[in-house]
Write a protein that binds this ligand. Structure first.
Ligand SMILES: [Zn+2]
Length: 168
C-alpha cells in the first residue's frame, strides 16, 4: 500500500534560507578541494580569517537556492568576502576576474527560464594566474587558455587598448 503523501512530508518545511544554507554546507568540502583550500582572491594579497563560501551571484537575504550550485560557489577568505560588499572598486575587480558575476547575467529569464549565461561559461582567475571554468553540476573545472579574451567576448571586461589586457 502506498503511504499517503502527508506521511512523507518532513515535520516542518525548511525555509528557503535554511534550504540554501543546507545546500551550501553540502557543497563546502567539494568546493574547498576544487579551489585547493585557497582564497580565490589571494593574488590581491591581504587575506584574512577562515575560508568561506563566496556566492558569485550575490544573494539577498533569504535568497534563492538557485545560486548554490558548485559553479556559483568559490572558496574565499572571510576578509575578501566582507570587503567586497563595502568597496565598489574591489567589487569591479571581483567581477573582472569572475569571482563575482552580475546577477542579471545568470538569472533565469522570467518567461523562458533560461539565463543569458550559464554560470559554467563565465571563467574565473585563480591564484596560480590561470583561468578556469567551474562546472555547475560537479566540482570539475575546465582550463580556459584565453580567460581575458573570453571575458571580453562575454562583455564582462572591456577590450582595452588595441585588444590588450585591461590591468586591474
Ligand atoms: Zn582572501
Amino acid at each position: 500500500m502506498i503511504a499517503p503523501k502527508y506521511d512523507r512530508q518532513p515535520a516542518r518545511r525548511r525555509t528557503i534560507g535554511e534550504e540554501s544554507k543546507r545546500q551550501v554546507n553540502a557543497q563546502r568540502a567539494g568546493v574547498l578541494e576544487r579551489d585547493r583550500y585557497m582564497c580565490v582572491a589571494a593574488s590581491l594579497g591581504g587575506c584574512m580569517g577562515d575560508l568561506t563560501m563566496q556566492h558569485r551571484a550575490a544573494k539577498q537575504a533569504g535568497g534563492s537556492a538557485l545560486y548554490d550550485g558548485a559553479g556559483f560557489l568559490v572558496a574565499m577568505c572571510w576578509g575578501h568576502n566582507v570587503r567586497e560588499m563595502q568597496d565598489a572598486d574591489l567589487r569591479r575587480k571581483f567581477i573582472a576576474n569572475g569571482w563575482s558575476v552580475a546577477k542579471w547575467m545568470v538569472e533565469p529569464n522570467l518567461h523562458t527560464g533560461v539565463p543569458i549565461h550559464d554560470i559554467s561559461e563565465i571563467p574565473l582567475l585563480y591564484p596560480d594566474g590561470r583561468w578556469y571554468r567551474n562546472f555547475n553540476q560537479s566540482f570539475g573545472q575546465a582550463f580556459e587558455p584565453d580567460g581575458v579574451g573570453l571575458m571580453v567576448r562575454l562583455g564582462i571586461r572591456s577590450g582595452g587598448v588595441h585588444g590588450q589586457e585591461v590591468v586591474f
